[in-house]
Design a protein around this ligand. Structure first.
Ligand code: SF4
Length: 292
């Protein structure tokens, strides 16, 4: 009896789960649209996602496993909110007109009856320290002299803000949870905002997403624009390009907007997936793996 290696077995299962998630119907099924989770990202990356372009650098098993750890963190926090706050809702779907869908992690009311939209981010120690400025000596990451917390990432606030807008919330609640909690060190950090204080930024990002959706409908892939700048060389831009599923395709194209039909053809997965001599059944519908 030949068994797959543990990495291959687990990664294959996680790939199946992800594929099932991607097949789940959306509130704007069949209509080109953006998702709030793309807010703040590179315009071309958002364009690729709206066009459902084949990925030249699909997510790898190690990242899928890391995300799955984050899913468990999400579940724990959501369960805690639901246990304590009456009528707290989780995974709440919504949309803005016919061009943005949202899915909020949490939606609950304050004692005064104000509606709060929550976004949970399970983060690395590096991201936690960047946002909070807290010293985490457990992994040897000390702060630079005078380093203070920068607050939550701009993208996260915009994503939470657009979800809050779609669901009619009064407040945003961005929750950071470390995936590597150590004894006597903080695990969580939370940041709250009134949506009316962020109206301009949220409006601008909604208008940007609409512009990208309209570009794709016209057959145009947007320029490589991120934070109001053009990315000239994706291969040398660690963030956001180093984490992008379209890095190889994008690197072969010019920076400016181009026709969608001029994209190079890619074989999805050819970069990161090894040929396997075995095949697991779709483990999302099996309950558990049936490979042995
Ligand atoms: S590789 Fe970089 S520039 Fe290209 S789509 Fe991805 S994030 Fe944007």
């Amino acid at each position: 009896m030949t068994l797959p290696k543990i990495e291959d077995l687990v990664f294959k299962h996680l790939e199946s789960l992800r594929a099932a998630e991607e097949r789940a119907p959306s509130l704007l099924e069949g209509i080109p649209h953006a998702n709030a989770s793309s807010a703040g990202n590179c315009a071309r990356l958002i364009g690729y996602r709206i066009a459902k372009a084949a990925e030249s650098n699909p997510i790898t098993g190690d990242s899928l496993f890391n995300f799955s750890m984050g899913d468990h963190v999400h579940d724990q926090i959501q369960a805690a909110f639901c246990a304590v706050i009456p009528e707290c809702q989780i995974e709440v779907n919504g949309k803005i007109e016919d061009f943005i869908t949202v899915r909020a992690d949490l939606l609950y009311k304050t004692e005064e009856g104000k509606l709060v939209c929550g976004e949970i981010k399970s983060v690395s120690d590096f991201a936690y320290k960047l946002a909070t400025g807290v010293k985490l000596k457990s992994n040897g990451q000390w702060n630079k002299k005078g380093q203070t917390g920068e607050g939550p990432k701009r993208e996260y606030v915009l994503q939470n803000g657009i979800s809050a807008r779609a669901l009619g919330a009064d407040y945003l609640h961005v929750i950071y949870a470390r995936k590597t909690a150590a004894k006597s060190e903080p695990i969580f950090a939370e940041f709250r905002f009134k949506i009316k204080d962020l109206d301009d930024k949220i409006d601008a990002e909604i208008a940007r997403l609409k512009w990208i959706v309209d570009s794709i409908k016209k057959g145009i892939l947007p320029a490589r624009e991120y934070e109001d700048e053009i990315i000239e060389n994706p291969a040398k831009k660690n963030y956001p390009c180093g984490y992008c599923s379209y890095l190889e395709t994008c690197s072969q194209m010019p920076s400016e907007a181009i026709p969608l039909n001029s994209m190079p053809k890619v074989v999805p997965g050819h970069l990161n997936r090894k040929e396997k001599s075995w095949d697991l059944k779709d483990t999302t519908t099996q309950g558990k793996s049936s490979c042995i």
